[in-house]
Design a protein around this ligand. Sequence first.
Ligand SMILES: Nc1nc2c(ncn2[C@@H]2O[C@H](COP(=O)(O)OP(=O)(O)OP(=O)(O)O)[C@@H](O)[C@H]2O)c(=O)[nH]1
Ligand SMILES: [Mg+2]
Length: 519
Amino acid sequence: MLIDRRGRVLSVSVADAKGAELPALRAGENRLAGYHLLHAHPKGGALSKGDLSTLFLNRLDAVSVIEARNEGQPGPVHTAHLTPPGTVGEEEDWRILPPVPVYQIDEFDLGAQVAALEEEIARASRTREAKKDRERALLVQIDQGEFDAEERLEELGELARTAGAEVVYKELIYRRNLKPGTLVGAGKLEELTSKAYHLDADLLIFGQELGAAQAREIEAATGLKVIDRTQLILDIFALHAQGVESRLQVELAQLRYMKPRLLGAGAQLSRIGGSGGSAAGGAIGTRGPGETKLELDRRRINDRLSFLEKQLEGVSLRREERRKSRERNAVPVVSIVGYTNAGKSTLLNAFTHAAEEPRRVLAANKLFATLRPTSRQGYLEGIGPVVFTDTVGFIRDLPKDLTRAFRATLEEIGDADVLLHVVDAASPGADTRLDAVNRILEDLGFVEMPTVVALNKADAAEPGTLERETERTGGVPVSALAELGLGELKEALADAVSAVQRQELAEREEAREVAAQYR
Ligand SMILES: Nc1nc2c(ncn2[C@@H]2O[C@H](COP(=O)(O)OP(=O)(O)OP(=O)(O)O)[C@@H](O)[C@H]2O)c(=O)[nH]1
Ligand SMILES: [Mg+2]
Protein backbone atom coordinates (compact mmCIF):
# COMPACT_ATOMS: atom_id res chain seq x y z
CA MET A 1 0.00 0.00 0.00
CA LEU A 2 1.31 3.44 -0.97
CA ILE A 3 0.17 6.24 1.31
CA ASP A 4 0.72 9.93 0.65
CA ARG A 5 1.54 12.55 3.25
CA ARG A 6 -2.07 13.30 4.00
CA GLY A 7 -2.70 9.67 4.79
CA ARG A 8 -4.54 8.95 1.55
CA VAL A 9 -4.02 5.56 -0.04
CA LEU A 10 -2.55 6.00 -3.50
CA SER A 11 -2.42 2.38 -4.59
CA VAL A 12 -2.82 -1.13 -3.33
CA SER A 13 -1.13 -4.08 -4.97
CA VAL A 14 -1.36 -7.76 -4.31
CA ALA A 15 1.73 -9.79 -5.00
CA ASP A 16 3.51 -13.03 -4.22
CA ALA A 17 6.56 -13.40 -2.06
CA LYS A 18 8.88 -12.33 -4.90
CA GLY A 19 7.71 -8.76 -4.64
CA ALA A 20 5.25 -6.29 -6.04
CA GLU A 21 5.50 -3.83 -8.89
CA LEU A 22 5.48 -0.25 -7.72
CA PRO A 23 3.83 2.41 -9.83
CA ALA A 24 6.44 4.68 -11.40
CA LEU A 25 7.39 7.29 -8.83
CA ARG A 26 10.00 9.78 -9.68
CA ALA A 27 10.79 12.37 -7.07
CA GLY A 28 11.96 15.80 -8.01
CA GLU A 29 15.71 15.98 -7.82
CA ASN A 30 15.68 17.83 -4.54
CA ARG A 31 12.84 16.11 -2.78
CA LEU A 32 11.53 12.80 -1.59
CA ALA A 33 8.74 11.11 -3.47
CA GLY A 34 6.20 11.89 -0.74
CA TYR A 35 4.97 8.35 -0.22
CA HIS A 36 5.12 5.83 2.55
CA LEU A 37 5.17 2.21 1.43
CA LEU A 38 3.46 -0.22 3.79
CA HIS A 39 3.52 -3.93 3.11
CA ALA A 40 3.38 -7.30 4.78
CA HIS A 41 5.85 -10.16 5.03
CA PRO A 42 3.61 -13.24 5.09
CA LYS A 43 6.51 -15.41 6.20
CA GLY A 44 7.65 -12.99 8.86
CA GLY A 45 11.01 -11.28 9.05
CA ALA A 46 12.06 -7.66 9.32
CA LEU A 47 12.92 -5.29 6.47
CA SER A 48 14.76 -7.09 3.69
CA LYS A 49 17.59 -5.79 1.52
CA GLY A 50 15.09 -5.46 -1.31
CA ASP A 51 12.77 -3.33 0.85
CA LEU A 52 15.61 -1.01 1.70
CA SER A 53 16.78 -0.58 -1.84
CA THR A 54 13.20 0.11 -2.92
CA LEU A 55 13.16 2.84 -0.29
CA PHE A 56 16.42 4.23 -1.54
CA LEU A 57 15.93 3.99 -5.26
CA ASN A 58 12.43 5.47 -5.20
CA ARG A 59 13.29 8.14 -2.63
CA LEU A 60 10.29 7.06 -0.55
CA ASP A 61 9.49 8.95 2.64
CA ALA A 62 9.56 5.65 4.47
CA VAL A 63 9.06 1.94 4.06
CA SER A 64 7.29 -0.22 6.65
CA VAL A 65 6.76 -3.92 6.86
CA ILE A 66 4.19 -5.72 9.00
CA GLU A 67 5.38 -9.15 10.01
CA ALA A 68 2.65 -11.78 9.74
CA ARG A 69 2.31 -14.30 12.56
CA ASN A 70 1.64 -17.97 11.96
CA GLU A 71 -2.10 -17.68 12.24
CA GLY A 72 -2.17 -14.60 10.02
CA GLN A 73 -2.26 -12.09 12.84
CA PRO A 74 -0.23 -8.90 12.38
CA GLY A 75 3.07 -8.87 14.28
CA PRO A 76 5.53 -6.04 14.88
CA VAL A 77 5.97 -3.23 12.36
CA HIS A 78 9.46 -2.30 11.11
CA THR A 79 10.06 1.09 9.53
CA ALA A 80 13.04 2.74 7.83
CA HIS A 81 13.64 6.12 6.26
CA LEU A 82 16.52 7.59 4.31
CA THR A 83 19.47 9.38 5.87
CA PRO A 84 20.59 12.72 4.47
CA PRO A 85 23.08 12.67 1.60
CA GLY A 86 26.70 13.47 2.18
CA THR A 87 27.17 10.98 4.99
CA VAL A 88 29.90 8.98 3.30
CA GLY A 89 31.61 6.07 4.99
CA GLU A 90 30.35 3.15 7.00
CA GLU A 91 26.93 4.68 7.35
CA GLU A 92 23.99 3.21 5.52
CA ASP A 93 21.74 5.17 3.24
CA TRP A 94 18.84 4.51 5.63
CA ARG A 95 17.94 4.46 9.29
CA ILE A 96 15.88 1.59 10.71
CA LEU A 97 13.56 2.58 13.56
CA PRO A 98 12.88 0.26 16.49
CA PRO A 99 9.90 -2.05 15.76
CA VAL A 100 6.51 -1.15 17.22
CA PRO A 101 3.39 -3.26 17.80
CA VAL A 102 0.83 -2.95 15.04
CA TYR A 103 -1.71 -0.98 17.09
CA GLN A 104 0.81 1.85 17.36
CA ILE A 105 0.99 2.20 13.61
CA ASP A 106 -1.35 5.20 13.72
CA GLU A 107 0.93 6.97 16.07
CA PHE A 108 3.76 7.11 13.63
CA ASP A 109 4.82 10.64 13.04
CA LEU A 110 7.27 10.62 10.21
CA GLY A 111 6.41 14.21 9.39
CA ALA A 112 9.24 15.78 11.37
CA GLN A 113 11.79 13.27 10.11
CA VAL A 114 10.75 13.74 6.52
CA ALA A 115 10.75 17.52 6.78
CA ALA A 116 14.25 17.54 8.26
CA LEU A 117 15.51 15.17 5.59
CA GLU A 118 13.99 17.18 2.76
CA GLU A 119 15.47 20.33 4.18
CA GLU A 120 18.86 18.60 4.19
CA ILE A 121 18.52 17.45 0.59
CA ALA A 122 17.41 20.91 -0.52
CA ARG A 123 20.34 22.54 1.25
CA ALA A 124 22.80 20.16 -0.39
CA SER A 125 21.32 20.97 -3.75
CA ARG A 126 21.42 24.73 -3.10
CA THR A 127 25.12 24.62 -2.27
CA ARG A 128 25.61 22.48 -5.33
CA GLU A 129 23.84 25.00 -7.54
CA ALA A 130 25.91 27.79 -6.02
CA LYS A 131 29.25 26.17 -6.68
CA LYS A 132 28.22 24.29 -9.74
CA ASP A 133 30.27 25.26 -12.69
CA ARG A 134 31.43 21.70 -13.07
CA GLU A 135 29.29 18.61 -13.32
CA ARG A 136 30.18 16.04 -10.70
CA ALA A 137 30.88 12.66 -12.23
CA LEU A 138 31.38 9.03 -11.27
CA LEU A 139 33.68 7.06 -13.56
CA VAL A 140 33.47 3.37 -14.21
CA GLN A 141 35.92 1.28 -16.18
CA ILE A 142 35.24 -2.41 -16.55
CA ASP A 143 38.32 -4.56 -16.26
CA GLN A 144 37.93 -7.63 -18.44
CA GLY A 145 41.47 -8.67 -17.80
CA GLU A 146 43.19 -6.06 -19.96
CA PHE A 147 46.71 -5.28 -18.77
CA ASP A 148 46.10 -1.55 -19.11
CA ALA A 149 42.73 -1.31 -17.35
CA GLU A 150 44.12 0.99 -14.64
CA GLU A 151 45.61 3.28 -17.23
CA ARG A 152 42.34 3.39 -19.10
CA LEU A 153 40.56 4.50 -15.95
CA GLU A 154 43.20 7.19 -15.37
CA GLU A 155 42.80 8.36 -18.92
CA LEU A 156 39.02 8.41 -18.61
CA GLY A 157 39.56 10.74 -15.65
CA GLU A 158 41.73 13.03 -17.78
CA LEU A 159 39.10 13.05 -20.51
CA ALA A 160 36.36 13.87 -18.00
CA ARG A 161 38.46 16.66 -16.53
CA THR A 162 39.12 18.10 -19.97
CA ALA A 163 35.39 18.00 -20.72
CA GLY A 164 34.85 20.09 -17.59
CA ALA A 165 33.64 17.47 -15.14
CA GLU A 166 34.74 17.13 -11.58
CA VAL A 167 35.57 13.49 -10.97
CA VAL A 168 34.30 12.63 -7.49
CA TYR A 169 34.68 8.87 -7.67
CA LYS A 170 36.20 6.28 -9.95
CA GLU A 171 36.06 2.55 -9.92
CA LEU A 172 37.61 -0.30 -11.81
CA ILE A 173 35.07 -3.11 -11.89
CA TYR A 174 36.44 -6.54 -12.57
CA ARG A 175 34.07 -8.48 -14.77
CA ARG A 176 35.02 -11.16 -17.27
CA ASN A 177 31.73 -11.20 -19.07
CA LEU A 178 29.66 -8.11 -19.62
CA LYS A 179 26.00 -8.28 -18.72
CA PRO A 180 24.08 -7.71 -21.94
CA GLY A 181 21.61 -5.06 -20.74
CA THR A 182 23.59 -2.98 -18.32
CA LEU A 183 27.22 -4.28 -18.55
CA VAL A 184 27.35 -4.65 -14.76
CA GLY A 185 24.96 -6.31 -12.32
CA ALA A 186 21.98 -4.75 -10.59
CA GLY A 187 23.79 -4.77 -7.25
CA LYS A 188 26.67 -2.76 -8.67
CA LEU A 189 24.30 -0.23 -10.23
CA GLU A 190 22.60 0.16 -6.89
CA GLU A 191 25.97 0.75 -5.25
CA LEU A 192 26.78 3.42 -7.81
CA THR A 193 23.41 5.08 -7.29
CA SER A 194 24.12 5.19 -3.59
CA LYS A 195 27.60 6.63 -4.20
CA ALA A 196 26.14 9.31 -6.45
CA TYR A 197 23.57 10.19 -3.80
CA HIS A 198 26.24 10.68 -1.15
CA LEU A 199 28.74 12.43 -3.38
CA ASP A 200 26.10 14.62 -4.93
CA ALA A 201 26.94 13.52 -8.47
CA ASP A 202 24.54 13.19 -11.35
CA LEU A 203 26.76 12.04 -14.19
CA LEU A 204 27.93 8.46 -14.70
CA ILE A 205 30.67 7.92 -17.29
CA PHE A 206 31.53 4.49 -18.64
CA GLY A 207 34.92 3.69 -20.14
CA GLN A 208 33.24 1.12 -22.39
CA GLU A 209 31.19 2.05 -25.40
CA LEU A 210 27.50 1.76 -24.58
CA GLY A 211 24.77 0.88 -27.02
CA ALA A 212 21.71 3.11 -27.05
CA ALA A 213 19.59 0.57 -25.21
CA GLN A 214 22.31 -0.04 -22.64
CA ALA A 215 22.67 3.65 -21.83
CA ARG A 216 18.91 3.96 -21.46
CA GLU A 217 18.67 0.92 -19.23
CA ILE A 218 21.46 2.13 -16.96
CA GLU A 219 19.86 5.57 -16.81
CA ALA A 220 16.57 4.03 -15.81
CA ALA A 221 18.17 1.88 -13.12
CA THR A 222 20.25 4.63 -11.57
CA GLY A 223 18.42 7.85 -12.33
CA LEU A 224 21.81 9.28 -13.39
CA LYS A 225 22.81 10.81 -16.69
CA VAL A 226 24.89 8.16 -18.43
CA ILE A 227 27.50 8.75 -21.13
CA ASP A 228 30.33 6.67 -22.54
CA ARG A 229 33.94 7.40 -23.45
CA THR A 230 33.17 8.03 -27.11
CA GLN A 231 30.60 10.67 -26.20
CA LEU A 232 33.11 12.24 -23.88
CA ILE A 233 35.75 12.44 -26.61
CA LEU A 234 33.23 13.80 -29.13
CA ASP A 235 32.27 16.35 -26.54
CA ILE A 236 35.85 17.52 -26.07
CA PHE A 237 36.30 17.77 -29.80
CA ALA A 238 33.15 19.87 -30.00
CA LEU A 239 34.44 22.08 -27.22
CA HIS A 240 37.81 22.62 -28.88
CA ALA A 241 36.75 22.81 -32.51
CA GLN A 242 37.67 26.10 -34.09
CA GLY A 243 37.36 27.04 -37.69
CA VAL A 244 34.94 25.80 -40.30
CA GLU A 245 36.63 22.54 -41.12
CA SER A 246 37.02 21.23 -37.57
CA ARG A 247 33.44 22.19 -36.74
CA LEU A 248 32.15 20.32 -39.76
CA GLN A 249 34.29 17.31 -38.93
CA VAL A 250 33.09 17.21 -35.34
CA GLU A 251 29.47 17.64 -36.27
CA LEU A 252 29.79 14.85 -38.82
CA ALA A 253 31.30 12.52 -36.23
CA GLN A 254 28.65 13.41 -33.66
CA LEU A 255 25.79 12.86 -36.05
CA ARG A 256 27.18 9.53 -37.17
CA TYR A 257 27.48 8.45 -33.57
CA MET A 258 24.05 9.75 -32.63
CA LYS A 259 22.08 8.51 -35.60
CA PRO A 260 21.56 4.91 -34.51
CA ARG A 261 20.95 6.13 -30.99
CA LEU A 262 18.23 8.53 -31.96
CA LEU A 263 15.99 5.82 -33.33
CA GLY A 264 13.17 5.55 -30.85
CA ALA A 265 15.25 7.05 -28.10
CA GLY A 266 12.72 8.91 -26.05
CA ALA A 267 14.78 9.64 -22.97
CA GLN A 268 18.01 10.47 -24.70
CA LEU A 269 16.38 12.62 -27.30
CA SER A 270 14.62 14.77 -24.78
CA ARG A 271 17.81 15.07 -22.79
CA ILE A 272 19.78 16.23 -25.77
CA GLY A 273 17.08 18.57 -26.93
CA GLY A 274 16.47 19.92 -23.49
CA SER A 275 19.78 21.40 -22.57
CA GLY A 276 21.11 24.15 -24.74
CA GLY A 277 24.29 22.65 -26.14
CA SER A 278 26.21 25.55 -27.52
CA ALA A 279 29.83 24.82 -28.27
CA ALA A 280 31.04 26.47 -25.10
CA GLY A 281 28.28 25.99 -22.55
CA GLY A 282 25.83 23.20 -22.10
CA ALA A 283 26.02 19.96 -20.22
CA ILE A 284 28.63 17.31 -20.83
CA GLY A 285 27.62 14.88 -23.52
CA THR A 286 25.29 17.36 -25.17
CA ARG A 287 27.65 19.93 -26.57
CA GLY A 288 27.94 20.41 -30.25
CA PRO A 289 28.27 22.96 -32.97
CA GLY A 290 24.50 23.14 -33.23
CA GLU A 291 22.03 21.56 -30.88
CA THR A 292 18.80 21.78 -32.81
CA LYS A 293 19.99 19.28 -35.38
CA LEU A 294 19.82 16.52 -32.81
CA GLU A 295 16.10 16.96 -32.62
CA LEU A 296 15.67 16.43 -36.28
CA ASP A 297 14.05 13.31 -37.51
CA ARG A 298 16.00 10.64 -39.20
CA ARG A 299 15.42 11.82 -42.73
CA ARG A 300 16.65 15.26 -41.89
CA ILE A 301 19.65 13.77 -40.12
CA ASN A 302 20.48 11.94 -43.32
CA ASP A 303 20.14 15.16 -45.27
CA ARG A 304 22.42 16.89 -42.83
CA LEU A 305 24.93 14.03 -43.01
CA SER A 306 25.22 14.17 -46.77
CA PHE A 307 25.43 17.96 -46.65
CA LEU A 308 28.32 17.76 -44.20
CA GLU A 309 30.04 15.05 -46.19
CA LYS A 310 29.84 17.17 -49.31
CA GLN A 311 31.12 20.26 -47.54
CA LEU A 312 34.06 18.34 -46.14
CA GLU A 313 34.85 16.84 -49.51
CA GLY A 314 35.08 20.36 -50.87
CA VAL A 315 37.33 21.43 -48.04
CA SER A 316 39.66 18.49 -48.46
CA LEU A 317 39.86 19.00 -52.22
CA ARG A 318 40.82 22.62 -51.73
CA ARG A 319 43.32 21.52 -49.14
CA GLU A 320 44.82 19.03 -51.53
CA GLU A 321 45.19 21.62 -54.27
CA ARG A 322 46.83 23.99 -51.87
CA ARG A 323 49.17 21.24 -50.85
CA LYS A 324 50.13 20.46 -54.43
CA SER A 325 50.69 24.09 -55.27
CA ARG A 326 53.08 24.33 -52.35
CA GLU A 327 55.31 22.21 -54.55
CA ARG A 328 56.02 19.09 -52.72
CA ASN A 329 59.37 18.82 -50.98
CA ALA A 330 60.69 22.17 -52.08
CA VAL A 331 60.94 22.65 -48.35
CA PRO A 332 61.12 19.45 -46.28
CA VAL A 333 58.10 18.81 -44.07
CA VAL A 334 58.25 17.26 -40.60
CA SER A 335 54.88 16.16 -39.19
CA ILE A 336 54.64 16.09 -35.42
CA VAL A 337 52.48 13.16 -34.33
CA GLY A 338 51.80 11.47 -31.02
CA TYR A 339 49.41 10.73 -28.22
CA THR A 340 47.21 13.56 -27.05
CA ASN A 341 48.83 15.80 -24.42
CA ALA A 342 52.32 14.46 -25.20
CA GLY A 343 53.62 17.99 -25.80
CA LYS A 344 53.48 18.25 -29.58
CA SER A 345 52.35 21.87 -29.66
CA THR A 346 54.84 22.84 -26.97
CA LEU A 347 57.60 21.26 -29.04
CA LEU A 348 56.47 23.08 -32.17
CA ASN A 349 56.62 26.35 -30.25
CA ALA A 350 60.09 25.52 -28.96
CA PHE A 351 61.33 24.55 -32.41
CA THR A 352 60.07 27.61 -34.19
CA HIS A 353 60.94 30.12 -31.49
CA ALA A 354 57.32 31.00 -31.37
CA ALA A 355 57.36 32.03 -27.76
CA GLU A 356 55.35 35.14 -28.47
CA GLU A 357 51.94 35.65 -29.91
CA PRO A 358 50.77 35.46 -32.60
CA ARG A 359 53.07 32.71 -33.87
CA ARG A 360 52.63 30.67 -30.77
CA VAL A 361 50.22 27.75 -31.05
CA LEU A 362 47.99 26.74 -28.18
CA ALA A 363 49.58 24.26 -25.79
CA ALA A 364 47.53 23.30 -22.77
CA ASN A 365 47.17 20.58 -20.23
CA LYS A 366 44.02 19.39 -21.93
CA LEU A 367 43.39 16.42 -24.14
CA PHE A 368 42.83 17.30 -27.79
CA ALA A 369 43.81 20.93 -27.40
CA THR A 370 44.89 20.91 -31.05
CA LEU A 371 42.39 19.83 -33.68
CA ARG A 372 43.54 21.81 -36.64
CA PRO A 373 46.86 21.11 -38.35
CA THR A 374 49.16 24.08 -37.99
CA SER A 375 52.38 24.60 -39.92
CA ARG A 376 55.28 26.80 -38.91
CA GLN A 377 58.58 27.36 -40.58
CA GLY A 378 61.66 26.30 -38.68
CA TYR A 379 65.27 25.62 -39.45
CA LEU A 380 67.49 22.55 -39.31
CA GLU A 381 71.29 22.89 -39.34
CA GLY A 382 72.66 21.39 -42.57
CA ILE A 383 69.24 21.25 -44.20
CA GLY A 384 67.93 24.78 -44.12
CA PRO A 385 64.32 25.88 -43.77
CA VAL A 386 61.88 23.14 -42.76
CA VAL A 387 58.11 23.17 -42.27
CA PHE A 388 56.93 21.69 -38.97
CA THR A 389 53.31 20.60 -38.84
CA ASP A 390 51.48 20.06 -35.57
CA THR A 391 48.31 18.02 -35.72
CA VAL A 392 45.49 16.41 -33.79
CA GLY A 393 46.62 14.00 -31.07
CA PHE A 394 45.86 10.31 -30.99
CA ILE A 395 44.31 8.20 -28.26
CA ARG A 396 43.91 4.46 -27.85
CA ASP A 397 40.67 3.18 -29.37
CA LEU A 398 40.08 6.41 -31.20
CA PRO A 399 36.33 6.38 -31.91
CA LYS A 400 35.91 5.28 -35.51
CA ASP A 401 33.40 8.02 -36.30
CA LEU A 402 36.10 10.52 -35.41
CA THR A 403 38.81 8.78 -37.42
CA ARG A 404 36.50 8.83 -40.41
CA ALA A 405 35.52 12.45 -39.97
CA PHE A 406 39.13 13.55 -39.48
CA ARG A 407 40.45 11.41 -42.28
CA ALA A 408 41.50 14.39 -44.41
CA THR A 409 43.34 15.95 -41.49
CA LEU A 410 45.03 12.68 -40.65
CA GLU A 411 45.96 11.95 -44.23
CA GLU A 412 47.89 15.16 -44.38
CA ILE A 413 50.36 13.53 -42.01
CA GLY A 414 51.38 11.30 -44.92
CA ASP A 415 52.62 14.28 -46.95
CA ALA A 416 55.51 14.76 -44.57
CA ASP A 417 59.04 13.69 -45.38
CA VAL A 418 59.68 12.66 -41.81
CA LEU A 419 57.45 11.96 -38.83
CA LEU A 420 58.39 13.26 -35.41
CA HIS A 421 56.67 10.98 -32.92
CA VAL A 422 56.41 12.73 -29.55
CA VAL A 423 56.01 10.49 -26.51
CA ASP A 424 55.14 11.67 -23.01
CA ALA A 425 57.81 9.81 -21.09
CA ALA A 426 56.58 11.15 -17.76
CA SER A 427 53.18 9.49 -17.86
CA PRO A 428 52.63 5.92 -16.77
CA GLY A 429 52.16 3.64 -19.74
CA ALA A 430 54.34 5.63 -22.13
CA ASP A 431 54.96 2.36 -23.92
CA THR A 432 51.31 1.42 -24.42
CA ARG A 433 50.61 4.92 -25.71
CA LEU A 434 53.49 4.66 -28.14
CA ASP A 435 52.08 1.38 -29.39
CA ALA A 436 48.60 2.88 -29.71
CA VAL A 437 49.99 5.69 -31.86
CA ASN A 438 51.91 3.24 -34.01
CA ARG A 439 48.77 1.19 -34.50
CA ILE A 440 46.85 4.23 -35.72
CA LEU A 441 49.71 5.22 -38.03
CA GLU A 442 49.66 1.71 -39.36
CA ASP A 443 45.91 1.89 -39.99
CA LEU A 444 46.47 5.09 -41.91
CA GLY A 445 49.19 3.39 -43.94
CA PHE A 446 52.13 5.40 -42.63
CA VAL A 447 54.29 2.66 -41.11
CA GLU A 448 56.98 2.88 -43.73
CA MET A 449 57.60 6.54 -43.12
CA PRO A 450 60.93 7.57 -41.62
CA THR A 451 60.26 8.39 -37.99
CA VAL A 452 62.21 10.06 -35.21
CA VAL A 453 60.99 9.43 -31.67
CA ALA A 454 61.20 12.21 -29.07
CA LEU A 455 60.84 11.14 -25.44
CA ASN A 456 59.36 14.34 -24.13
CA LYS A 457 58.87 15.62 -20.59
CA ALA A 458 62.28 14.21 -19.68
CA ASP A 459 62.39 16.85 -16.94
CA ALA A 460 59.50 15.13 -15.18
CA ALA A 461 60.13 11.51 -16.20
CA GLU A 462 61.42 8.80 -13.93
CA PRO A 463 65.08 8.17 -14.85
CA GLY A 464 64.42 4.41 -15.03
CA THR A 465 61.51 4.78 -17.43
CA LEU A 466 63.42 7.24 -19.56
CA GLU A 467 66.38 4.93 -19.84
CA ARG A 468 64.23 1.92 -20.66
CA GLU A 469 62.25 3.79 -23.30
CA THR A 470 65.39 5.29 -24.85
CA GLU A 471 66.75 1.77 -25.18
CA ARG A 472 63.52 0.32 -26.49
CA THR A 473 62.67 3.02 -29.04
CA GLY A 474 66.02 4.58 -29.87
CA GLY A 475 64.32 7.89 -29.11
CA VAL A 476 65.90 11.17 -28.06
CA PRO A 477 65.07 12.35 -24.52
CA VAL A 478 63.96 15.99 -24.59
CA SER A 479 61.99 18.52 -22.65
CA ALA A 480 60.00 20.84 -24.85
CA LEU A 481 59.03 22.93 -21.85
CA ALA A 482 62.50 23.25 -20.30
CA GLU A 483 64.08 23.28 -23.77
CA LEU A 484 66.45 20.41 -23.03
CA GLY A 485 67.85 18.06 -25.62
CA LEU A 486 66.38 20.04 -28.51
CA GLY A 487 69.78 20.26 -30.22
CA GLU A 488 70.17 16.48 -30.28
CA LEU A 489 66.61 16.08 -31.51
CA LYS A 490 67.21 18.54 -34.33
CA GLU A 491 70.35 16.62 -35.29
CA ALA A 492 68.38 13.39 -35.42
CA LEU A 493 65.73 15.09 -37.55
CA ALA A 494 68.34 16.57 -39.87
CA ASP A 495 69.86 13.11 -40.33
CA ALA A 496 66.46 11.63 -41.13
CA VAL A 497 65.60 14.41 -43.58
CA SER A 498 68.91 14.14 -45.37
CA ALA A 499 68.53 10.36 -45.57
CA VAL A 500 65.17 10.93 -47.27
CA GLN A 501 66.73 13.47 -49.62
CA ARG A 502 69.61 11.13 -50.50
CA GLN A 503 67.14 8.35 -51.11
CA GLU A 504 65.08 10.56 -53.40
CA LEU A 505 68.17 11.69 -55.20
CA ALA A 506 69.19 8.08 -55.73
CA GLU A 507 65.75 7.25 -57.04
CA ARG A 508 65.83 10.13 -59.46
CA GLU A 509 69.30 9.13 -60.54
CA GLU A 510 68.14 5.58 -61.16
CA ALA A 511 65.16 6.79 -63.12
CA ARG A 512 67.43 8.90 -65.26
CA GLU A 513 69.68 5.95 -65.97
CA VAL A 514 66.76 3.77 -66.91
CA ALA A 515 65.49 6.49 -69.19
CA ALA A 516 68.95 6.84 -70.75
CA GLN A 517 69.07 3.14 -71.59
CA TYR A 518 65.93 3.48 -73.63
CA ARG A 519 67.02 6.56 -75.43
N1 LIG B 1 56.93 18.78 -17.55
C1 LIG B 1 56.78 18.97 -18.85
N2 LIG B 1 55.57 19.30 -19.33
C2 LIG B 1 55.45 19.49 -20.66
C3 LIG B 1 56.55 19.35 -21.54
N3 LIG B 1 56.11 19.59 -22.80
C4 LIG B 1 54.78 19.87 -22.69
N4 LIG B 1 54.38 19.82 -21.41
C5 LIG B 1 53.02 20.07 -20.89
O1 LIG B 1 52.13 19.08 -21.37
C6 LIG B 1 50.86 19.64 -21.63
C7 LIG B 1 50.39 19.33 -23.03
O2 LIG B 1 51.19 20.02 -23.96
P1 LIG B 1 50.70 20.29 -25.45
O3 LIG B 1 51.88 20.83 -26.17
O4 LIG B 1 49.44 21.03 -25.48
O5 LIG B 1 50.44 18.80 -25.92
P2 LIG B 1 49.86 18.29 -27.33
O6 LIG B 1 50.60 17.03 -27.64
O7 LIG B 1 49.93 19.38 -28.35
O8 LIG B 1 48.38 17.95 -26.94
P3 LIG B 1 47.04 17.90 -27.82
O9 LIG B 1 47.08 19.00 -28.83
O10 LIG B 1 46.00 18.11 -26.79
O11 LIG B 1 46.96 16.54 -28.42
C8 LIG B 1 50.98 21.13 -21.35
O12 LIG B 1 50.48 21.37 -20.05
C9 LIG B 1 52.47 21.37 -21.43
O13 LIG B 1 52.88 22.45 -20.62
C10 LIG B 1 57.82 19.01 -20.99
O14 LIG B 1 58.83 18.86 -21.65
N5 LIG B 1 57.87 18.82 -19.64
MG1 LIG C 1 48.50 20.31 -29.36
